[in-house]
Design a binder for this molecule. Structure first.
Ligand code: NAD
Length: 310
């Protein structure tokens, strides 16, 4: 393997330690901690794990944190009522509704109901619009911020670089592409209808994979020396797929054989690491940064509410 590993766990830990100090300073100035509240609808196991991580990280950094749990049968009106109550609560600086939502609840209605000033996920049309317009003072989605934090930590040059983002979702692909564009990269967004994905990816000095397809990006997609950021988090249970995607990672393969499941990214790690200059692992790459930057957004919101400097 030639690539340097971009260690998301280490960077997230450092960010969270800084946030704990900043949260204490905020509390001293404002007389209250910054507050993050989450609404979880239903019993999706992955969502429950993500929400648990957010709650734990918030508490550890000295934030006030609350989770409102609603049954999978909750109506859209019930969810919107809870959002309105949270929005009116002065102790809540940042709030979010964990996705995905049950079918009867429209995620767009939910995103529009959260006041932009508390929308720490950055999904509200106002915040999305501010990102597009390059206006300061809005919230930028946390996973895209995590991608940028990893690139910046390794001082990977972006100005004039060829960047390819695989995936055009509103929560990852599009905002990442916008942030790379803001940093003067030449950005291509690839997606499920892209012709010859391998050739498009091979142009990239910076390759961001956010497709939700295990091992989509193979070694031949990677330009030698490129920075490869793998946003994908996919649970696999198929033995043949695990043998393929975990090749070269004997300990992880052994664990798969024991447990029958593994988390993998959208990048074939072993193959890509042989060509790349930098690469993120999954798990332990972008994932931990998402939570750390959610807290950073919340603290930023709290400071704005209290009129304290950023
Ligand atoms: P999504 O399903 O909303 O979007 C996927 C995008 O990938 C689409 O734009 C689609 O066109 C594209 N795509 C799908 N198949 C493709 C293919 N074969 N070739 C090229 N493009 C293809 O997914 P999302 O919400 O953007 O999430 C993407 C991945 O990132 C998922 O694995 C998700 O679990 C992960 N994720 C991780 C974090 C984190 O904290 N690290 C946060 C959000 C999402």
């Amino acid at each position: 393997m030639s690539a340097k590993i971009l260690d998301g766990n280490a960077l997230a830990k450092a960010i969270r330690a800084g946030l704990a100090r900043d949260a204490a300073a905020f509390q001293a100035a404002a007389g209250r901690p910054p507050g993050l509240s989450v609404i979880l609808v239903g019993e999706d196991p992955a969502s429950a794990v993500y929400v648990g991580h957010k709650e734990k990280a918030a508490r550890e950094a000295g934030f006030a944190s609350a989770v409102v749990r609603l049954p999978a049968t909750a109506s859209e009106a019930e969810v919107l009522d809870r959002i309105a109550a949270m929005a009116a609560d002065r102790a809540v600086d940042g709030m979010l509704v964990q996705l995905p939502l049950p079918k009867q609840v429209d995620p767009l209605a939910v995103q529009r109901a959260i006041p932009p000033a508390k929308d720490v996920d950055g999904f509200h049309p106002v915040n999305a619009g501010m990102l597009l317009l390059g206006q300061k003072g809005g919230f930028v989605p946390c996973t895209p911020l995590g991608v940028m934090a990893l690139l910046d930590e390794a001082e990977i040059p972006l100005k004039g670089a060829e960047a390819v983002v695989v995936g055009r979702s509103t929560i990852v692909g599009k905002p990442v592409a916008q942030l790379l564009l803001d940093r003067h990269a030449t950005v291509t967004i690839a997606h499920s209808r892209t012709r010859d994905l391998a050739a498009v990816c091979r142009r990239a000095d910076v390759l961001v994979a956010a497709a939700g397809v295990p091992g989509l990006v193979r070694g031949a997609f990677v330009k030698p020396g490129a920075a490869v950021i793998d946003v994908g988090i996919n649970r696999i249970t198929d033995a043949a797929q695990a043998e393929d995607l975990l090749a070269g990672q004997p300990e992880r393969l052994e664990k798969f054989r024991k447990n029958g499941h593994a988390l993998v990214g959208d990048v074939h790690f072993g193959e890509a690491a042989a060509a790349a200059g930098w690469i993120t692992p999954v798990p332990g790459g972008v994932g931990p940064l998402t939570v750390a930057l959610l807290l950073r957004n919340t603290l930023e919101g709290a400071r704005r509410t209290e009129g304290l400097p950023a």
